[in-house]
Design a protein around this ligand. Structure first.
Ligand code: HEC
Length: 225
């Protein structure tokens, strides 16, 4: 085989080009991103340099505890095959007009995530800022009913029910405080004398959903007034 050196050169350049294009350039652009405060101020020593404001909270924060467990459920249940977690900028689609988030997502939003679930399909709405749209106890109740069967709160939804994340028990003495509260007359509610209780998986998943929030500005992506 007389062209062996040429063959090796070809292989080397093919690998080198893809390494530079896919790994090195992304690393140069994104690898040095760190947590930051909402705004930067000119440094005292060198006013041309912008630095973080000391004492201000750092963003993005890391998701912990139950929300982190819920993220594993989100992955294992394949939610990302229908839901994205990336808000496009205002002049690039209607994401912000639809109220999916207060500002576009930027690379720094993802740096504290061990696995980034951008998603590619949008069969359902983007969930980047779900916790900002459904907050508190009302948001928690809505999300449990919706997961149990989307039809209860979103008639005609094409999202599949995840009722296997819930258990139906006979009511012992009193209705348990975790039981789902169905709208009066709902045909999806349990039989008389029974109640529907979220399993640990459902609790974690909903805490994860509620933790998804873009409620902070970054120097490169400020929430407009
Ligand atoms: C087959 C596609 C599909 C899958 C899989 C899916 N969804 Fe959905 N989802 C939808 C559609 C369509 C909607 C919009 C209608 C509705 O509200 O039910 C939706 C709506 C939602 C909403 C309400 C969003 C809003 O802004 O009102 C949440 C929260 C949600 N899905 C969470 C999940 C979670 C968590 C999973 C995984 C356990 C999941 N979805 C899996 C299709 C899907």
């Amino acid at each position: 085989m007389k062209n062996l050196p040429l063959l090796f050169c070809g292989i080397f350049f093919a690998l080198a080009f893809s390494f530079v294009g896919l790994i090195l350039t992304s690393h140069i652009q994104l690898g040095s991103l760190t947590q930051t405060t909402e705004a930067l101020v000119p440094s005292d020593d060198d006013p041309t340099k912008m630095v973080v404001v000391e004492g201000d909270p750092l963003y993005p924060s890391k998701s912990v505890g139950l929300a982190q467990q819920g993220k594993l459920e989100y992955i294992s249940l394949g939610c990302m095959y229908c839901h994205s977690q990336q808000i496009r900028r205002a002049d690039f689609g209607a994401d912000i007009d639809r109220g999916w988030g207060p500002r576009q997502s930027v690379a720094r939003d993802y740096i504290m995530q061990d696995r980034v679930l951008l998603g590619t399909m949008r069969t359902g709405p983007d969930l980047t800022h779900l916790g900002g749209r459904y907050a508190g106890d009302a948001g928690r109740d809505w999300n449990h009913l919706h997961l149990y069967n989307p039809q209860i709160v979103s008639k005609g939804s094409t999202m599949p029910p995840f009722a296997f994340l819930y258990e139906t028990h006979k009511i012992k003495n009193n209705v348990s405080k975790d039981a789902l509260v169905f709208p009066p007359g709902s045909k999806y509610g349990p039989k008389e004398g029974y109640e529907v209780i979220p399993t640990r998986r459902a609790v974690a998943l909903v805490e994860y959903l509620l933790s998804l929030k873009i409620n902070y500005s970054l120097p490169e992506a400020i929430i407009p007034e």
